[in-house]
Design a protein around this ligand. Structure first.
Ligand code: ADP
Ligand code: MG
Length: 252
């Protein structure tokens, strides 16, 4: 396994607050890597440091062999980052936004192709604010791909989406990974991390408390003698919901 991101003993303080307290982990090339943890755990801070958007306090970060301290401009060229929605100039439609971002990256972007990839070809002339929640997320994922990055970072891409839109986004994320892009994602949904992520790191109060495949972490817990209190049915309410309302997307 090839390490594409290496984080060693990362610290970040905001004034008095120690948000990240000595985190170390590696991300392997071609995997979907999940960063899990409660609100305020330090997930976004960690991601934004790797993305070169935030200064670390100390520690060492390497992205595809490039040292963050000396090569942040080169790192920017090989990563894809979701832009804040405030960057989606309200007057421009999706095609114009992608063309604009392509210009910012100095990398002419094929808006038709990118919108097709995230199934928004019919929305080429729509404004960002006219999209549904799932469509907004898909567009924002498309913008991470403009510079044909080796790694993309997705911070809570499925928060607030309905079950159909969430599953649809999982497929999209898997497609992107299957084409060779490494994906780092944060999420609060453990069912999502379990089916989507090859490996997960769990962060709590700025410290890494576990890192492994979801299957291995579950087996480790079971080996301690852990048992669920209730007998678990082999379906859950989400299965009922999907069964009754269908798998097709509803936000078109
Ligand atoms: P997460 O993404 O896991 O919810 P964050 O990385 O956003 O966590 O935040 C970690 C901690 O750092 C939180 O206590 C948060 O309030 C604090 N924090 C985040 N950004 C800033 C900032 N720009 N200034 C001060 N404190 C911040
Ligand atoms: Mg966050």
């Amino acid at each position: 396994m090839n390490t594409i991101i290496s984080v060693k003993d990362l610290y970040k303080t905001y004034g008095e607050l120690e948000a990240v307290k000595g985190i170390s982990f590696d991300v392997y090339e071609g995997e979907i890597f999940g960063l899990l943890g409660p609100n305020g755990a330090g997930k976004s801070t960690t991601l934004e440091i790797i993305e070169t958007l935030r200064q670390k306090t100390s520690g060492e970060v390497t992205v595809d062999g490039l040292n963050l301290d000396t090569s942040s401009e080169d790192i920017k060229k090989i990563i894809g980052v979701q832009l804040q929605s405030s960057g989606y100039y309200p007057g421009l439609n999706l095609t114009e936004l992608i063309t604009l971002f392509g210009g910012l990256y100095n990398r002419p972007a094929d808006a038709r192709e990118l919108l097709g990839l995230v199934n928004l070809q019919d929305k080429a002339k729509a404004k960002f604010k006219e999209l549904s929640g799932g469509q907004k997320q898909r567009f924002s994922i498309a913008t991470t791909l403009i510079n044909q990055p080796r790694i993309i970072f997705l911070d809570e891409p499925t928060t607030g989406l309905d079950p159909q839109a969430r599953r649809n986004l999982w497929d999209l994320i898997r497609d992107i990974r299957n084409k060779g892009t490494t994906v780092i994602i944060t999420t609060h949904y453990m069912d999502e991390a379990e089916v989507l992520c090859d490996r997960v790191a769990i962060i709590d109060s700025g410290k890494l408390v576990a890192i492994n495949t979801p299957g291995r972490l579950i087996d480790d817990l079971l080996e301690t003698g852990f048992e669920r209190k209730k007998e678990v049915k082999s379906a859950n309410l989400e299965d009922v919901f999907i069964q009754l309302t269908g798998k097709e997307w509803r936000d078109e």
